[in-house]
Design a protein around this ligand. Structure first.
Ligand code: PMP
Length: 398
């Protein structure tokens, strides 16, 4: 019976997302493996009110079919916000609303990739992007990540030797899984490379507004003169992931193709959600809501960095993010973090993290791990990180 399924079901060989979390921790386990925002920060009361008002205002119509191109007001808001917060010149014709950023990644893969086309990814990269692109059977080229983002010399060499490259996928702000941010000079240079070698950059920015220290940087898209950059963002981390609303900012021609693909896939994003979201944005100041969350996340990040510096063995390196949700640890190369997780951390310490292997397109590195700080309390960090440090030390000396 398996023969009846299309080949794409097997592409990517295993389900990358399902591989991430392995094992159950029990009630008092500590999950550094999550990627969730803190639900205590969700504006539930305001959102309830917005849903009620949206229904009262639009009546039956809100439960009818709409068009994928609808919700002009919301698209206008998003275009305006792209200018205010990311330096991007856009109007509503440059915006496509999607079901989360994840649908945007899938649609962009569908737009650009024939089997065998080249996609450059950071090593490591966001596992959900790999699982979206896997379906289109591309050829991945890894480029190393440094403290200030992609290694551009390495990238240029890859571009020179592989003319089949159509797309570069990057998470330039508080990268998932490493927390690293692409520097200003590299942002400009990267857009120049896209012009020179004629490929698209997919700039994926769900963490962009969650900066806890340091100066804000303009988006790659703000340097784009000829439509090489497709900017993607989402309400998942700044408001609520359950809304499943994200958006794309791109040239009109690109948006037009993407809209066609989205229509074929789902006709439209649920109208009730978009109407309520628009009402929420009318009633409330989103930027104030975001600012209100920063202190909670910053204090979790600072606590994790402090405890890591106090407890980790000297040959474990970790990133120093200025925002987002994640810190990345690099252990000595002989260690396999998947093994550490399943043999010690889950059964004995009852803590979890995401082992690094899943974040590599070729699954060829085993000594990294992603730690999440947004979904755990300071107390859990103070309890869990020393246990992790001890287990790593034991593995190093074993
Ligand atoms: N891109 C990145 C880098 C992410 O971390 C996530 C969620 N973890 C997404 C895209 C997708 O998020 P959503 O579909 O909820 O917007």
């Amino acid at each position: 019976m398996n023969d009846i399924f299309a080949d794409r079901v097997m592409l990517g060989s295993e389900d990358r997302l399902a591989e991430m979390f392995g094992g159950s921790l029990g009630e008092d386990g500590i999950k550094f493996s999550a990627g969730n925002p803190n639900p205590d920060l969700f504006p539930i009361t305001q959102m309830k009110r917005a849903f009620n008002q949206a229904i009262d205002k639009a009546g039956n119509q809100i439960f009818e079919y709409n068009t994928v191109n609808g919700f002009e007001k919301l698209r206008e808001r998003l275009a305006h916000r792209a200018g205010q917060t990311a330096g991007i010149k856009a109007d509503r014709e440059n915006i496509l609303i999607t079901q989360g950023g994840q649908q945007a990644l899938d649609l962009i893969g569908k737009l650009l990739l024939n089997a065998g086309d080249g996609v450059v990814v950071e090593a490591p990269t966001y596992v959900g992007a790999l699982s979206a692109f896997d379906q289109y059977d591309p050829c991945y080229y890894d480029v190393a990540l440094e403290e200030d983002g992609l290694n551009l010399e390495q990238l240029e060499l890859v571009l020179q030797t592989h003319p089949n490259i159509k797309l570069l996928y990057t998470v330039p702000d508080f990268h998932n899984p490493t927390g690293v941010t692409l520097s200003l000079s590299k942002r400009q240079k990267l857009v120049e490379l896209a012009e020179k070698y004629d490929f698209f950059i997919l700039e994926d920015t769900p963490y962009r507004d969650l900066r806890y220290k340091g100066a804000k940087l303009p988006a790659l898209k703000s340097f784009d003169r000829h439509g090489h950059v497709i900017f993607v963002s989402s309400f998942s981390k700044i408001l609520m992931p359950g809304l499943r609303v994200g958006w794309i900012v791109a040239d009109q021609a690109t948006i037009c193709h993407l809209r066609k693909l989205k229509t074929s896939s789902d006709l439209e994003t649920p109208s009730i959600v978009l109407a309520a979201l628009n009402q929420y944005l009318e009633n409330n100041n989103l930027e104030q809501h975001i600012t209100g969350m920063l202190a909670t996340y910053q204090s979790r990040l600072d606590t994790m960095l402090t405890v890591l510096s106090e407890t980790m063995p000297a040959d474990v390196h970790y990133t120093q993010p200025e925002g987002g949700f994640f810190i990345w640890l690099t252990l000595p190369e002989v260690l396999d973090t998947q093994k550490l997780l399943s043999e010690t951390c889950i059964p004995t310490d009852r803590i979890s993290f995401v082992p690094g292997k899943v974040f590599y397109a070729h699954k060829n590195k085993k000594n990294g791990m992603r730690l999440n700080f947004s979904g755990v309390t300071e107390k859990q960090i103070e309890l869990g990180i020393p246990k992790l440090a001890k287990s790593i030390q034991n593995a190093i000396t074993a």
